[in-house]
Ligand binder design. Structure first.
Ligand code: COS
Length: 385
């Protein structure tokens, strides 16, 4: 039976994360957003708190917390700033969780302590210019050479790509085998032939780094292969099971932040001689936010509980991701409505919430892909083939 009661330790971690987000993250969010500044100093503070790789076992430098506790941390960081939440999600869920599950002992020992301490950042190279939702259809190729592999191709929309020391690169080894030919490589970004380019002009997440990666005959040794040849697609999908959970938890933070800001503003702002919070139409906006925040959080906690109890959770994670990301867009939009003209400028966090929320229904699987995953599980019929 799902138990929503938090343990004393979970309460403490949540309090610590909340206080940290209010003190360190939120006050820097606006300037970083305005200046499109990827705040590496703040990333290091997040790492120093143990919030990078928190789910990684302690023996590899993590905190060994469960998924529910991790979700609480991510929610608080997401409330503070989604650009920083993206760092936590990518490093912890996409990169570290893959290493924990699929990495060899040597690979874990080499990379996990660096990733958890913030000494190294990692990125996840799945998406390509021509390969988004149809993730198995990769153009990047890995060719066997003496003692290793030669990799060529390009990756697109890669968070943290310009700052990472490690890139997980998914490549096709044998196109005839389709998803059964995909392999995952741990590529050091200082490898000859590896280069990156910054992507600018984003609607939101302006304080987050986004890159295009180019691999031009990058050679890596056999020890760079993670898992077996042919397991790459499963590695990517299992990473996304963790990544989508993290995005969903961050979006609960956007919902909560939108609600908190709206209540505070509506009680202070007076029109027609009364605080606008006393008007029914404003109360409707606020009550919708309360319901959506509660529902999103409940779905995230359910997915976390399934993960912590080793139960299948892909569908429930997609449900949480779909609902929480769409709810974050709606809550942020409603929060701007409550704030009126003030919500349209960055004196308040709500316009940034909306711009930052918008990408969450796109990355780590669009809302449409989540719906197809959910409906495939419900009907037994696959709309994707
Ligand atoms: N964990 C582990 N393995 C998984 C898995 C998961 N969550 N989901 C699927 N697999 C395995 C399956 O078991 C299957 O293995 P076998 O070949 O041994 O049978 C294999 O992967 C293929 O699975 P499936 O048939 O579900 O693959 P599809 O091609 O139908 O997958 C979707 C289609 C749309 C689900 C997938 O391509 C997807 O998620 N696309 C979105 C990609 C995305 O999120 N991109 C964002 C990148 S990060 S910003």
């Amino acid at each position: 039976m799902i138990d929503f009661e938090l343990t004393d330790e979970q309460r403490l971690v949540r309090e610590t994360a909340r206080e940290f987000a209010d003190r360190e993250i939120a006050p820097r969010a606006r300037e970083n957003d305005r200046n499109e500044h990827f705040d590496t100093e703040l990333v290091q503070k997040i790492a120093d708190m143990g919030f990078l790789g928190a789910i990684v076992p302690e023996e590899y430098g993590g905190r060994g917390v469960d998924y529910r506790t991790y979700g609480l941390i991510v929610e608080e960081i997401g409330r503070g700033c989604s650009a920083m939440r993206t760092v936590v999600s990518v490093v912890t869920s996409l990169v570290c969780s893959s290493l924990v599950r699929w990495g060899s002992e040597e690979q874990k020992q080499e990379w996990l302590p660096q990733l958890c301490s913030g000494e190294a950042l990692g990125c996840f190279g799945l998406t390509e210019p021509d390969t988004g939702s149809d993730a198995a259809n990769l153009k990047t190729r890995a060719q066997r050479i003496d003692g290793g592999w030669r990799i060529s191709g390009g990756k697109m929309w890669i968070s943290l790509g310009n700052y990472s020391k490690l890139a997980l690169v998914f490549a096709q080894t044998d196109p005839d085998k389709q998803h059964g030919g995909i392999a995952c490589f741990l590529v050091p970004t200082d490898s000859p032939g590896f280069s990156t380019q910054e992507i600018h002009g984003k609607l939101g997440l302006k304080g987050s780094d986004t890159a295009e990666l180019s691999l031009d005959d990058v050679e890596v040794g056999d020890d760079a292969l993670m898992g077996e040849v042919g397991e790459g697609f499963k590695i990517a999908m299992s990473a996304l099971d963790s990544g989508r959970y993290s995005v969903a938890a961050g979006c609960v933070g956007i919902c909560q932040g939108s609600l908190d800001a709206s209540i505070a503003y509506a009680k202070e702002r007076r029109q027609f001689g009364k605080p606008i919070a006393s008007f029914q139409l404003v109360q409707e906006l606020i009550s919708d936010m309360v319901v959506e925040t509660d529902a999103a959080r409940g779905l995230v906690w359910r997915a976390g509980w399934l993960k912590d109890t080793d139960r299948p959770n892909t569908t429930e994670t997609s449900i949480a991701k779909l609902y929480a990301t769409e709810a974050a867009v709606r809550c942020a939009n409603a929060a701007i409505q409550v704030h009126g003209g003030s919500g349209y400028v960055d004196d308040y966090p709500v316009e940034r919430y909306l711009r930052d929320a918008r990408v969450t229904t796109l990355y780590e699987g669009t809302s449409q892909i989540q719906k197809l995953i959910i409906a495939r599980a419900a009907t037994g019929l696959n709309a994707m083939t």
